[in-house]
Design a protein around this ligand. Structure first.
Ligand SMILES: *Cc1c(COP(=O)(O)O)cnc(C)c1O
Length: 430
């Protein structure tokens, strides 16, 4: 499959090139040249398939033949070595738990898939790649873990100092080997800006092959389609009108859901659930896209003021505002509302949600007000222990640390503090 740049000023390119480069030379995001729906048979019989089989069918048109069938099947199987259970809260609301991977964040799937693709492309050790990532919290840990020990790949992670949770910080600063954490004196947008600048810095890109592992990278973005397929597999017999509420930051996850819908998955509607970073909620109300500096919230992986995947969402809807509005709603909630929701979910359903999941729950409830016949699935994107301070305070209960988390807490943090782009550049060149 070839990919084109959404800025339309760069040549179309292969899957391999799109993965290795991350962003097109004209700074556009890559988008597949075609999307062919899967057969009716596939959806009719999806319950009979394993997760790996579903995932292979879902992704193959975007990857073959550059990664051959056998290798792609192996990559998919290794990527999906954990569960994706649905928990039904009542007849209108379920949650899809995406936190059973090694770092307990939904980004594990995209990171593991992308790392294995790069590993495949670098088999003969001809080109070293440096993966440069800005994280608002979870990406860093998932990417670091997914890429740990992959030969020929160095990973450099930028995170905003003091603005990620203790557990998140440990997950991205304690691995060593081919992973380096740069601690930025600033907010997530500063990290993201520095990363974007590095990709455009020819002095740097002439010296080294840089790539991204944020959801702008097609190999990080596309595997997220799997989640929506897995949810459908578990719920299709019981509910006819399935709607997804997706806690959104850079809008990669929800946009992958819309790709699954393009493949024929019968999803009725998407809800982007946001914290106070409400650029898209405002856009759907006013038709004006007005990016803003991000504000800090308790659901910090969604503290994004200018969501990079929104252009892909527009492309999927052929830049037609009415089509977008029919398929997509967006709600935004304060930290106070989020905490109230966490308590409500705990009291009413005996379920401990993390702040991101709680925002997703609130989006589901808002949608159900006007659409009581829908079954809303909110994605639970992180395990509650990753936001332990907030969760324990709100539900007033101790949560046991899962073994994956326990293991990193005792390790020593190692980071390099930087405050400007020149520091990043110096580090990369040295
Ligand atoms: C990254 C992240 C999100 C937002 O996902 P996007 O694809 O950027 O919209 C939501 N919740 C958690 C826990 C995350 O780590």
């Amino acid at each position: 499959m070839n990919y084109y740049s959404l800025n339309k000023k760069a040549p179309n390119t292969t899957f391999k090139n799109a993965v290795v480069k991350g962003l097109a030379p004209d700074k556009g995001l890559y988008f597949p040249e075609s999307i062919t729906p899967l057969s009716k048979d596939f959806f009719d019989n999806i319950e009979q398939l394993t997760n790996a089989e579903i995932a292979y069918e879902t992704i193959k048109q975007f990857v073959l033949p550059e990664i051959p069938e056998v290798e792609l099947k192996t990559i998919v199987e290794e990527t999906l070595s954990f569960e994706f259970p649905i928990v039904e809260l009542n007849e209108n609301i379920s949650t899809l738990e995406l936190f059973h991977g090694p770092t307990m964040a939904f980004k594990d799937v995209g990171a593991r898939f992308m790392a294995r693709c790069l590993g495949y492309f670098n088999q003969d050790n001809t080109n070293e790649v440096t993966v440069l990532v800005a994280t608002s919290g979870d990406t860093g840990g998932a990417v670091a873990n997914g890429f740990l020990g992959v030969k020929g790949v160095n990973v450099v992670i930028l995170y905003p100092s003091g603005k990620v949770s203790d557990i998140q910080e440990k997950q991205l600063t304690t691995l060593g080997q081919n992973i380096t954490a740069l601690e930025v004196d600033g907010v997530f947008d500063d990290c993201q800006d520095m990363v974007k600048r590095a990709f455009l810095d020819e002095e740097l890109t002439n010296k080294m092959q840089l790539t991204s592992a944020n959801s702008i990278n097609v190999a990080r973005w596309l595997p997220q389609m799997f989640y929506f397929m897995f949810a459908y597999k578990q719920l299709k017999r019981k509910y006819k009108k399935i709607v997804f509420s997706v806690p959104s930051g850079n809008f990669g996850n929800i946009c992958a859901g819309m790709m699954a819908q393009k493949l024929g998955l019968p999803i009725k509607h998407f809800i982007a659930s946001n914290n106070e970073n409400n650029v898209i909620t405002e856009y759907l109300k006013t038709k004006h896209y007005n990016p803003k500096p991000s504000v800090q919230t308790i659901s910090n992986a969604m503290d994004v003021g200018n969501p990079s995947n929104f252009v892909r969402i527009q492309e999927i809807h052929k830049n037609n505002f009415n089509a977008l509005q029919d398929n997509f709603s967006s709600f935004s909630f304060s930290d106070t509302e989020t905490k109230e929701a966490m308590l409500e979910i705990y009291n009413d359903f005996n379920y401990a949600a993390d702040p991101h999941g709680a925002v997703g729950y609130l989006g589901a409830k808002s949608y159900l007000n006007d659409n009581p016949d829908a079954h809303c699935v909110f994605l639970e994107t992180a395990h509650p222990t990753k936001f332990l301070d907030v969760v324990e305070e709100v539900i007033n209960t101790k949560i046991d640390l899962p073994p994956q988390i326990e293991a990193v807490m005792g390790k020593e943090k190692a980071s390099i503090i930087i405050d400007a782009y020149k520091d990043l550049k110096n580090y990369l060149i040295s």
